[in-house]
Design a protein around this ligand. Structure first.
Ligand code: A2P
Length: 317
């Protein structure tokens, strides 16, 4: 399997299984099926509310001898209400307990957005802490502690702009090795990917297939449907593969990790098979031409009246 190498020589399989929006109940079966098929990388997060089911599936797979712990790459993410440096390790320990693991391969700060400690889902201005009140540099001290304690082998961030990465790189003793961001043909993130390449930060693409199963409240009426793009369909047709496979192969060919979510065995298999697909130079150029800088996950959900966050200041755009 194609892998991304970390500074400590750890190898992260480039294709992983996404678990955002995978309901408890469904995700248990999806993880079991996926690992049996050959998936070795699972992307999790405390806020997805399904780490216990994933942990149950992983623990059974190990007991059944399907896979060994060391063969798996497990990522999870710190939720916004645990950004205080002394809250990071306890939050990670909860995730480890839910996942029934001794360590993570990668732990990420989920968003550059902070909530007060007792708030899980912020609704009003008072639920938030600004990044001046709760600096990322402070959160990062907790992330570094997690590495020192052997609770996570690697650390990184998610949803960080170039500006926020630059600020973090200045203060970090252990440099962030991953930035997980939305990335797909309509939102190619060329500047960010370029900065990350030059600074030895890997990139993971979330919502690679356009996340059409996200909650209605997070959608806009006019949004383009990525999986129905006629130009990608044309490439898929000539190669006798699916639109999803073209997209996944294109992302992996850019050296970017990709974590399509599925709970359907046929689609899990299809997505895994994208590992064996190579696009030609011409097809890569055709894909590059599809960029319209269109996010699906727009960050507007962090905006509340009088609150510290706006989509513009989260993305620094
Ligand atoms: P399902 O879980 O029923 O397979 P993203 O990874 O961008 O968040 O997209 C996830 C959405 O795409 C889910 O609705 C998922 O549905 C669907 N999906 C996953 N793989 C494929 C595929 N190969 N073809 C079509 N839809 C897919």
């Amino acid at each position: 399997m194609k892998c991304l190498e970390y500074k400590n020589a750890d190898q992260m399989p480039i294709l992983g299984l996404g678990t955002w929006k995978s309901a408890p109940g469904e995700v248990y079966t999806a993880v079991k099926e996926a690992v049996k098929m050959g998936y070795r990388h699972i992307d999790c997060a405390a806020i997805y509310g399904n780490e216990k089911e994933i942990g149950q599936a992983i623990s059974e797979l190990i007991k059944e001898g399907v896979v060994q712990r060391e063969e798996l790459w497990i990522t999870s993410k710190l939720w916004n209400n645990n950004h205080g440096k002394d809250n990071v390790v306890p939050a990670l320990k909860q995730t480890l307990s839910d996942l029934q693991l001794e360590y993570l391969d990668l732990y990420l700060i989920h968003w550059p957005v902070a909530f007060k400690k007792d708030v899980a889902g912020a609704q009003k201005a008072e639920d938030y802490l600004s990044l001046e009140e709760q600096p990322i540099a402070d959160t990062w001290l907790g992330m570094e502690k997690a590495v020192e304690l052997g609770l996570s082998r690697n650390i990184g961030v998610s949803n960080f702009s170039v500006k926020k990465l630059k600020a973090l790189m200045k203060v970090a003793t252990i440099k962030p090795e991953m930035n997980q961001v939305e990335l797909h043909p309509y939102f190619q993130q060329n500047q960010l990917v370029d900065y990350c390449r030059k600074n030895d930060i890997h990139v993971t693409a979330y919502s690679p297939l356009g996340s059409s199963d996200r909650p209605e409240g997070l959608k806009s009426k006019d949004e383009p449907i990525l999986l129905q793009d006629s130009r990608i369909e044309a490439i898929a047709k000539t190669k006798e593969i699916t639109v999803a496979q073209v997209i996944l192969a294109w992302i992996a060919q850019r050296g970017i990790s990709v974590i399509p979510k599925s709970v359907n065995p046929a689609r899990l298999q299809q997505n895994l098979a994208s590992r064996d697909i190579t696009l030609s130079e011409k097809e890569l150029q055709e894909m590059a031409a599809l960029n319209i800088d269109r996010r699906y996950v727009d960050g507007k959900f962090w905006e509340v009246a009088g609150g510290p966050y706006t989509a513009a200041n989260v993305w620094d755009e």
